[in-house]
Design a protein around this ligand. Structure first.
Ligand code: ARG
Length: 461
């Protein structure tokens, strides 16, 4: 018969289907490390404060340390215990191991402040891990940007070719997004970094606990003050899920572009065989399934964010069992995010870039038209007027089946006397890119600066 933390006031046990419905052990066993850490800090505090004897505290701490080893080595398997959650399992095992003292661990504590503490510790750790994975991805993108500083590609608006940029510049745009994601994870960690222990079930405890001490022991920056809020707050989990949702937005946009670029129509890149798949019927196919699945997984992460927001909405203070729903939403998000970032790193690393195809595309569709208007401005024509003139020239080019680069000068002159023979070198695609060397611009020079900034940031963080 599995160990229960309660039962005195009940005449009979929980129905099997109800127990199965209520139990969280199948998923919250993932918190065993944090749960044991939290219990050790709590036991140490109980001993220091004289709430239990120093001998008892030592026995509890030693017992908990052993349980950690037992679980880690697979010698004991929580999932087979039939306990309702990881907290019950660890307490049961502790009593088995150290006897009577084990029954004192839960003095001045509730599972409500316990689970909130475990969850914060867990998310602090996972947030850090996710951040370092994101940095690995940024570093990979930076490496590819270094190689492609001179690779000219069309930049798009409305998915219509707009102005030439460099492939490196495009990759750096994703680096910016991913760096903001790192900052967002750090920022939400600041609010996560407060310890709920001591809040008890909802109203604190009558024992002389030292909340600050426990918080310090666990590496928290401080304590959650209001006891009701401490046990019912899951804002930190919502913020984490939002940060993850936005990371998925970024990965998904990138995935979408990779899919587009690898199509026959674009042909800008080719993904390595190792990160693509074939078709069961069409022998010629090479499909971008990996990035498609990254794009697709965005849906479930958004779902988890929405699920937790909905769980919290209208929930009265303080703890309600509804809150148990936070776990699977967060766990699946963590797993999904890590898997997506982990697979994107080698995929980006092995991406084959097709500079000729990009260059060719960049030279079409009049992507240098803005530069031609700027040329007129340099000759003294007001921009709005220049815009109109170049618009007419483009229309003429379309009619003649020509590019701006090969329309003869006498035809140009029909539209404005300001056009001179130097216009051709001015609208050369490489010149158009090289001229955009402002801070944050696509020119190889600016890209080099941005790359160095990112390298410095990666080193310092
Ligand atoms: N398994 C619960 C959870 O994850 C632990 C807290 C239980 N507290 C309670 N009063 N039922 O939320």
């Amino acid at each position: 018969k599995p160990f229960k933390l309660w039962g005195g006031r009940f005449k009979k046990g929980t129905a099997d289907e109800a127990a199965k419905f209520l139990d969280s052990l199948p998923f919250d066993l993932r918190l065993y490390r944090e749960d044991i850490r939290g219990s050790i800090a709590h036991a140490r505090m109980l001993g220091r404060q004289g709430i239990i004897s120093p001998l008892e505290a030592d026995a509890l701490i030693r017992g908990l340390e052993e349980i950690l080893k037992e679980i880690e080595s697979g010698r004991i398997r929580p999932e087979e215990s039939g306990c309702e959650d990881i907290h019950s399992f660890i307490e049961e095992r502790l009593v088995e191991k150290v006897g009577e003292a084990g029954k004192k661990l839960h003095t001045a504590r509730s599972r409500n402040d316990q689970v909130a503490t475990d969850f914060r510790l867990y998310l602090k750790g996972e947030g850090r891990e996710l951040e370092s994975l994101l940095k690995e991805l940024i570093s990979t993108l930076i490496g590819r940007a270094r190689e492609t500083k001179e690779v000219i590609m069309p930049g798009y608006t409305h998915l219509q070719r707009a102005q030439p940029v460099t492939f490196a510049h495009h990759l750096l745009a994703y680096c910016e997004m991913l760096r903001r994601d790192c900052w967002r994870l750090q920022d939400c960690r600041r609010r996560m970094d407060l310890c709920p222990l001591g809040a008890g079930a909802l109203a604190g405890t009558t024992f002389q606990v030292d909340r600050e001490y426990v918080a310090r022991e666990l590496g928290f920056q401080g304590i959650c003050t209001n006891t009701l809020d401490a046990v019912s707050d899951r804002d930190f989990a919502v913020e984490f899920l939002f940060a993850c949702s936005l990371i998925m937005v970024h990965l998904s946009r990138f995935a979408e572009e990779l899919i587009l670029w690898s199509s026959g129509e674009f042909g800008f890149i080719e993904m390595d065989d190792a990160y693509t798949t074939g078709s069961s019927i069409m022998p010629q196919k090479k499909n971008p399934d990996v990035v498609e699945l990254v794009r697709g997984k965005t849906g479930r992460v958004f779902g988890h964010l929405m699920a937790l927001l909905t769980v919290l909405k209208g929930l009265p203070l303080a703890y309600n069992k509804d809150l148990q729903e936070d776990k699977e939403a967060v766990f699946d998000t963590v797993d999904t995010l890590k898997a997506c970032v982990r697979v994107m790193i080698p995929l980006v690393e092995t991406l084959e870039v097709r500079p000729e195809r990009m260059r060719e595309a960049a030279a079409g569709d009049f992507t240098n038209a803005t530069d031609l208007a700027d040329y007129l401005v340099l000759k003294g024509v007001p921009f709005r007027e220049a815009h109109g003139i170049v618009g007419q020239v483009v229309l003429r080019c379309i009619k003649e089946g020509k590019n701006l680069n090969d329309l003869p000068l006498d035809l140009y002159r029909e539209y404005s006397p300001a056009f001179g023979p130097d216009l051709y070198e001015h609208i050369d695609i490489a010149a158009c890119v090289a001229r955009r060397r402002l801070i944050g611009g696509p020119a190889p020079e600016s890209v080099e600066k941005a790359i160095q900034d990112f390298e410095r940031w990666l080193e310092e963080n």
